[in-house]
Design a protein around this ligand. Structure first.
Ligand code: FMN
Length: 359
């Protein structure tokens, strides 16, 4: 029995999303209107979740990629007020905000959303995002980021559950700390760490983990899922494996490939170089394959006809993937096109999924 995929949207809260290109459709600005539009369509179409990322600095270039972004918690609080059923996840960059503050922000959005809110724990990989405002904890922090994340999450969970919290360590100093109101349910936790240490953290503590890197074949993702389940199994747990996926879906395979190739031809090379520089990557002798990876930011993508994309999504479900979080080139129209043209072709849809038409 194949479990249907949870369907989610990676909200367009940072300029350019996950395609570093100057071509058409032009890079969108991350406005509330655009985010609200996608949140409302997703809820109406029976999607399971919305997730927004947190970014403090982008990569410049011709497109100012990610230089403009809406903050994740405040955005999801607004999404909570315009939806009523869909699950909502905000991302916290843990070097930036104290867990005592995040505990209460979470309880607040849990209340606004009537128990639909969860948290994506981001340990932080881009030093410049933090050093630009004096919040980089030193290079040694990077090596210890999942130890810090472990304490951070443990404190959050105690603040959400216990009457008083005491905790003294290298990182934190809590003394008789009270935090009310408590959230209405156990807050679901996501982590998207890709390193061995990140996967182990996800396996031990998170409810959902993202499989990623530049592997987008079903075999690769199936293999990564097994690795995540092995990490969780060591702690007697299961973790739902989610895939972040850029979708280029058109009438025909050829039309989708043309669009993908156009993005690669019009890639924003200066922004890509800056991204590679801060991420410590070297693409100086880039092949076409490397360029595709850079243009799509090393996030899995699928390009094809509506039927090809539906088949790929069914393949994810058949490989034990629990959910998919969609990224689109054009958030003005692509979500509705996916809802109208791709989802009805999928075999593994939830029995209770609403009719997939825009009323
Ligand atoms: C779905 C998804 C969401 C992510 N969200 C963020 C984010 O909001 N902010 C951020 O700085 N990094 C984000 N990341 C990066 C991860 O948190 C993580 O730092 C990265 O995958 C490197 O893994 P590592 O920490 O194990 O080395 C995200 C990655 C994925 C796949």
């Amino acid at each position: 029995m194949v479990r249907p995929l949870d369907l989610g949207i990676f909200l367009p809260n940072a300029k350019g999303g996950a395609i570093m290109a100057t071509g058409s459709p032009p890079q969108y600005f991350p406005t509330w209107e655009l985010n609200k539009k996608n949140a409302v369509i997703a809820e109406k179409a029976g999607f399971e979740f919305l997730l927004s990322m947190v970014k403090w600095r982008g990569f410049g270039g011709e497109t100012n990629h990610w230089d403009y972004s809406l903050e994740s918690f405040t955005l999801m609080a607004a999404c909570a007020a315009v939806t009523s059923r869909i699950q909502l996840y905000a991302s916290v960059a843990i070097p930036t905000i104290h867990p005592g503050v995040i505990a209460k922000m979470t309880s607040t959005i849990d209340d606004v959303s009537n128990g639909r809110f969860g948290v994506n724990i981001v340990s932080g990989w881009n030093k410049l995002e933090y050093s630009q405002m004096g919040l980089w904890r030193g290079d040694a922090y990077f090596e210890k980021r999942y130890e810090y994340a472990t304490e951070y999450l443990d404190i959050l969970r105690r603040l959400w559950r216990d009457e008083r919290v005491n905790h003294k360590s290298e990182f934190f100093d809590f003394e008789d700390c009270k935090s009310y109101p408590k959230p209405s349910r156990e807050i679901p936790i996501i982590c998207a760490g890709q390193s061995d240490r990140g996967i182990s953290f996800t396996g031990q503590y998170a409810d959902f983990g993202f499989l990623g890197g530049q592997d987008d074949s079903l075999e690769d993702l199936g293999r990564l899922n097994k690795k995540l389940q092995r990490a969780a199994g060591q702690f007697g747990r299961n973790v739902g494996a989610y895939v972040l996926l850029t979708v280029i879906a058109e009438e025909t395979d050829e039309a989708a490939f043309r669009k993908r190739d156009f993005f690669i031809e019009t890639s924003d090379r200066p922004a890509m170089s800056e991204w590679a520089r801060v991420a410590g990557m070297d693409f100086s002798r880039a092949t076409y394959q490397d360029l595709a990876v850079q243009t799509f930011m090393a996030i899995p993508y699928v390009a094809g006809s509506y039927a090809t994309v539906a088949q790929y999504l069914d393949g994810l479900a058949e490989n034990g993937i629990a959910g998919v979080c969609f990224i689109f080139p054009d958030y003005q129209s692509d979500l509705q096109r996916l809802v109208d043209n791709v989802l009805p072709l999928m075999k593994h849809r939830r029995a209770d999924a609403p009719a997939l038409v825009d009323a």
